[in-house]
Design a binder for this molecule. Structure first.
Ligand code: SAM
Length: 347
């Protein structure tokens, strides 16, 4: 089939290529071709600014491969294409995507295009903001199967998740593995806000802790955590406890257990639980503290943690602060490693 082509001198090729691609005018799925003198761009239409160039009708070779990005096949007005998100989360066979309000009228089209270009995906959902104490979110399925349960794989582990009822972030996988690699043999680890237990299970599989306690207040998360512990064969290492993290003092006092390492992954609120964590520390204890903070508020939050520690006669040291991912403009999902020691031991 012959289609329209724009004939451009080789010397001008790069300039025009950029222009056409910025304006989304190159005809998708067809290869650009050239001879000794000219380059020929397969085009949808010719903008007025390029009227001085010759337009030919010619056969253009088709790309054999499937389009790689949903943006290449989506049919929405060209000016909106720039607003399409380039990234989205994949949990198991579900895509979770955030889109701007200006694109909401095209959500089904976005969902269908994502399904077509991602062979392993069965469902595409709009991600609404994470909310409330249990850090869950409302979900709107925009394409594919009406299902929010899935099986996510990372580092050879398998996690059952219901993205509607439990928190789960595939973007934390590297962080989970980093923590597992820090755990020394024989440690007692307390995962205070464990969700479906991805940190706990990663540690059980990739380190040799004595025991891990995975705590969560969300009964759905606890149910999935228990299933995941069995599925990953770490029942001998991980104990899942359904409780409010504010009650850990009683639980661990009764068990006569102190933590060598505590994971506090409850951004926005973890600081409210810091004193409860300090109540159950061995001496010393490493705390992996997570928060969502603006750059300028990091030192204030650290001072607050130090104050709480001082009240409990505990000294905090070896702060290792890292940005894990961007949450909003100038706001980051932060991980802070902290060593906590009793005063008596330091003196
Ligand atoms: C951000 S999620 C982290 C889940 C998990 N660590 C992960 O990485 O997937 C925070 C978790 O804390 C739980 N949570 C919130 N408040 C809690 C509380 N007071 N006590 C125990 N768990 C709580 C929520 O149910 C949620 O599963």
């Amino acid at each position: 089939m012959e289609i329209k082509g724009l004939q451009v001198k080789l010397i001008e090729a790069e300039k025009i290529r950029k222009y056409l691609s910025e304006k989304n005018l190159v005809k998708k799925g067809f290869k650009i071709k050239k001879d000794n003198e000219f380059i020929y761009f397969p085009v949808e239409k010719i903008p007025q600014e390029l009227n001085s160039y010759k337009v030919i009708k010619s056969k253009f070779e088709k790309y054999k491969t499937e389009p790689k990005s949903y943006k290449e096949i989506i049919s929405i007005p060209g000016k909106l294409k720039d607003e399409l998100p380039t990234s989205y989360d994949i949990t198991g066979d579900i895509i979770l995507i955030k889109i701007k309000d200006s694109l909401l009228g095209y959500k089904e089209e976005i969902g269908k295009s994502l399904l077509k270009t991602n062979n392993d995906i069965k469902t595409v959902c709009l991600a609404k903001p994470i909310k409330g104490e249990l850090r869950t979110r409302d979900i709107e399925i925009i394409a594919g199967e009406k299902n929010t349960k899935t099986l996510h794989k990372e580092y050879g582990l398998k996690f059952e998740v219901d993205i509607n009822k439990t928190y789960f972030s595939p973007r934390l996988s590297t962080e989970r593995k980093r923590i597992a690699d820090l755990v020394r043999p024989g440690e007692i680890v307390i995962d205070m806000f464990a969700g479906v237990a991805p940190f706990s299970i990663m540690i059980a599989k990739y380190a040799q802790p004595k025991r891990i306690y995975a705590i969560d207040k969300n009964k759905d998360a606890v149910e999935y955590a228990r299933r995941n512990v069995i599925r990953n064969n770490v029942l001998d290492k991980v104990e899942v406890i359904h409780t409010d993290a504010k009650k850990i003092h009683n639980i661990f006092n009764q068990k006569m257990v102190k933590a060598n390492r505590i994971i506090m992954n409850l951004p926005f609120s973890a600081y409210l639980f810091f004193e409860y964590a300090l109540d159950i520390i061995a001496n010393p204890c490493i705390i992996h503290y997570y928060d969502i903070l603006k750059e300028e508020n990091i030192s204030g939050r650290i001072e607050e943690l130090k104050r709480k520690a001082e009240e409990a006669e505990i000294i905090l040291a070896n702060f290792n602060i890292k940005k894990i991912k961007t949450y909003a403009p100038r706001e980051f999902y932060m991980g802070i490693d902290i060593t906590a020691k009793n005063y008596a031991d330091v003196a």
